[in-house]
Design a protein around this ligand. Structure first.
Ligand code: GH3
Ligand code: MG
Ligand code: MG
Ligand code: MG
Ligand code: MG
Length: 324
């Protein structure tokens, strides 16, 4: 069990909720249909000035308050005026609400409490034994568990995010491209919808590095990433594919629309004055486009090859061009 009460507070902790070590206001939603139960429990909680209690009587108003007020903790009765505590837990799950729940169960309702813990509640307290000390300990433990759970989740999300993001441009990286392109090709095939892939490569980028230095080159790459984000729709997917190469996946987009979007983007790069650490410079980009459904394009690999070949043609025919 997680230690939640500071050692020097264990003595004071014996009988009073006020000593829960809350470093900020803590909102508790108590879903309870009966006033007598509500009053006796909240009386035990009332001495902690940092606990703010919100009252609901059932599943409906409980969910409303939960979503509007985002409480830190839910105390939950079983028989409610419009359903049960299990219904409430199911609604929470459906809505993606993850506040910790402590069940306040009626006498002899241990089976019910166990069911509710299986349904996602953190813990339960029997109404008959819900003295201030027990409430205090249980609430503090639930809050601490929830805090740790959230920290772990955020850390995991951050790791996943880092593994699919290119640090320099903030765009998705090639690893993620490889995953996404397969999924999008599959989707397009299943739905019979068009799909376009654009491969892009900055022109004579080596010269930028050679003339202005590698750091300026980096800055140009980052700015190109920003231009890409501005230049395409929010549901288009933009990747840094390699050094100075980018890929854009355009779902539900036929060849003509894709060509127009790429042409517009190519022009915006050409016209943009890069602000690379005080040095103003201009750069151009070459773009190759491939589209599905198309002759002999059934797999992601074939789509990538076709876009690569189109890009090669754009380079051969003089750069700063869009080829399909
Ligand atoms: P082309 O028009 O044929 O594409 O010419 P290019 O010079 O752009 O092509 P090339 O493939 O010869 O050179 C690409 C350059 O991109 C070489 C490499 O040092 C540079 N590069 C790749 N990744 C990075 C990076 O992360 N930062 C910087 N500053 N330069 C990079
Ligand atoms: Mg009840
Ligand atoms: Mg290149
Ligand atoms: Mg090259
Ligand atoms: Mg290049």
């Amino acid at each position: 069990m997680i230690q939640t009460i500071r050692r020097d507070e264990t003595k004071a902790y014996a009988g009073n909720i006020a000593i829960i070590n809350l470093d900020q206001e803590t909102k508790v939603l108590y879903v309870e249909d009966r006033d007598t139960d509500y009053n006796s429990i909240t009386q035990s909680l009332s001495s902690n000035p940092r606990l703010k209690i919100l009252r609901a009587y059932g599943v409906g108003d409980g969910m409303e308050i939960l979503q509007a007020q985002d409480p830190d903790l839910v105390l939950l009765d079983f028989y409610l005026n419009d359903g049960t505590g299990l219904d409430f837990l199911a609604e929470m799950e459906k809505a993606g609400e993850d506040a910790p729940v402590v069940v306040i169960s009626g006498q002899g309702d241990e089976m019910v409490a166990a069911q509710m813990i299986q349904a996602g509640a953190f813990d339960y307290i029997s109404k008959s034994r819900a003295d201030a000390a027990t409430l205090s300990r249980t609430i503090a433990t639930a809050l601490e568990k929830a805090r740790l759970r959230k920290e772990t989740r955020l850390a995991q999300e951050k790791i996943v995010d880092m593994s699919i993001t290119d640090e320099l441009t903030g765009l998705s990286n090639r690893r993620y491209f490889n995953e996404v392109v397969d999924i999008e090709v599959q989707k397009a095939r299943n739905n019979g919808s068009p799909l376009t892939l654009c491969m892009m490569d900055l022109d004579h980028f080596k010269k930028v590095n050679d003339t202005y230095g590698h750091l300026t080159g980096d800055k140009v790459l980052a700015e190109t990433g920003a231009l890409l984000k501005q230049g395409f729709r929010s549901h288009d997917m933009i990747f840094r594919y390699g050094g100075e190469e980018f890929a854009v996946i355009l779902p539900d987009t036929d060849l003509e629309h894709a060509k127009r979007a790429c042409e517009r983007f190519r022009e915006s790069v050409q016209e943009h004055v890069m602000d690379a650490k005080g040095k103003q410079l201009k750069i151009t980009i070459s773009i190759g486009i491939a589209n599905m459904p198309g002759e002999q394009i059934m797999e992601a690999g074939e789509l990538i090859d076709a876009a690569d070949h189109a890009l090669y043609r754009a380079k051969e025919r003089g750069r700063n061009r869009v080829e399909a």
